[in-house]
Design a protein around this ligand. Structure first.
Ligand code: LLP
Length: 444
């Protein structure tokens, strides 16, 4: 039997192209890869690898670009905390004027701790508990996006007991396929999310009669990493149609929460364009006299973060490069077959002939693979690489599988940088564990 050919994908962009497409990155001949004005090697020298690095200036610039694109529309941006929930990141967006979209008590508390007022928080999610509702309503949350009749009843009970009125939006399921990965599409009728389109009008009318709830509008979110406007246009047209129908039935509808989902360019595909997206909002809702909200996560933070790692060794004639980051750190490649750019930190490593390399982590699963047959310049033990565009759904999805402590996080801001999360210690890993005394003295 012949060994299977291991050929590099000719379509892989070169290291130079990858860097050229990302304005926050430069390759300096001496310092190597630089984020904003900080050489990434300085951070890896100080904190070791693996280490996450976020660019504060990059996040601010992206928020400003999105705000500029929607400036003529009545849009409020609620950053989707799930994409990257670090307090420093939340602070950056809070300072930039964004509110937050949260899906759990933990995210709500993080947003509050970062200084985001409760009235600027939208609480989404398909299974909010009574405890979560009590907290959010008690603090005066800006809006709860309701996903079912059962949840509406829970909100009414909790709010009434607290003597409050909770502003709610009904999350409708527009039954639109966002054309994205099956695990992150949410707007189809067979997904668990939202209220079926055909049930929404009756539930809205019911909400208007319930004590403790004030229906203020509708919400929708069709999926994530969306790169074409078609699904947005289709979903927003249905949302606008719903607003008209509800108003025709005598309901008050003052808000439409248009969700998140704007995609970024991971490989060489262009990311979603904020101006084109704003055009879709304008087309659907321009004449409707509604307050709009959007909940972007990935688009704001994805390109601004990266995971630095060192090559532990190469094997099988350099076919495999085993690096010290793994699927427990960045799970997206293992979970969604996601493509993340891998760029050497040293300028000298970024040029020269490329060869097909499987970049893998040390975890004992074949799925612990960051790239297969990636066209990369030759890498040797000790060389460092950056896995790019890992600012969204990166550190937040980490685990400690294989008893691997969470990696530290550094924040760059122009020429400055600081550690914003220390490396977890091994003792931290078992700090909350105990071994009951009845296990003592047992043999076998
Ligand atoms: N709003 C709602 C109701 C959501 O469910 C989500 C994401 C967002 C906003 C933000 O979506 P974004 O703008 O970031 O696309 N872990 C996956 C992505 C899961 C997205 C879940 N919901 C990944 O790594 O690709």
């Amino acid at each position: 039997m012949h060994a299977q050919a291991h050929e590099a994908d000719a379509a892989d962009p070169s290291v130079a192209d990858l860097i050229a497409a990302r304005p926050h990155l430069t390759m300096h001949p001496m310092d190597g890869l630089v984020l904003e004005d900080v050489p990434l090697n300085a951070i890896a020298d100080a904190l070791g690898t693996p280490v996450w690095v976020y660019g504060a200036g990059t996040m601010r610039a992206r928020l400003a670009e999105l705000q500029h694109a929607v400036a003529d529309l009545p849009v409020h941006i609620h950053y989707a905390v799930k994409a990257n929930d670090h307090l420093a990141v939340l602070k950056i967006f809070a300072h930039g004027g964004a509110g937050a979209d949260v899906v759990s008590e933990g995210e709500f508390l993080r947003a509050r701790k970062a200084g985001i007022a409760a009235e600027n928080i939208v609480f989404s999610g398909v299974g909010k508990t009574v405890g979560e509702l009590r907290l959010a309503i008690g603090e005066g949350v800006g809006q709860i996006n309701v996903e079912s009749a059962a949840e509406l009843a829970m909100i009414s009970t909790v709010a009434t007991a607290l003597g409050k009125t909770a502003p709610v939006a009904l999350r409708i399921n527009p039954d639109v396929d966002a054309g994205t990965h099956a695990k992150i599409t949410t707007g189809r009728a067979d997904n668990k999310f939202g209220i079926p389109y055909s049930d929404a009008a009756a539930l809205y009318a019911h909400a208007a009669t319930l004590p403790g709830v004030a229906p203020v509008g509708i919400a929708l979110h069709i999926g994530s990493q969306i790169l074409s406007l078609g699904p947005y246009r289709a979903a927003y047209a249905r949302a606008a149609e719903m607003v008209r129908a509800l108003r025709a039935a005598g309901q008050t509808v003052s808000r439409v929460d248009c969700g998140g989902g704007l995609g970024i360019g991971y490989r060489d595909e262009p990311g979603a364009s904020p101006t084109a997206f704003a055009g879709a909002l304008r087309a659907a809702f321009g004449g409707l006299d509604v307050q709009l909200m959007i909940e972007p996560g990935r688009w704001l933070v994805g390109p601004a973060g990266m995971l630095l790692s060192s090559v532990v060794l190469t094997k099988a004639d350099e076919r495999f490069a085993v690096i010290d980051a793994a699927m427990n750190d960045l799970v997206r490649p293992a979970m969604y077959d996601a493509w993340h750019a891998i760029v050497p930190l040293a300028a000298g490593n970024a040029v020269g002939a490329v060869r097909p390399v499987d970049v893998v982590g040390p975890v004992c699963e074949s799925g612990d693979t960051f790239a297969r047959a990636r066209a990369l310049p030759s890498l040797a033990a000790g060389d460092r690489v950056a896995l790019l565009d890992a600012g969204a759904y990166g550190a937040v999805m980490s685990s400690t599988y294989n008893a691997r402590p969470n990696a530290p996080i550094a924040l760059v801001d122009g020429a400055r940088w600081a550690t914003i999360r220390a490396r977890q210690t091994h003792a931290d890993l078992w700090a909350a564990e105990s071994v009951p005394t009845f296990l003592d003295g047992r043999i076998g």
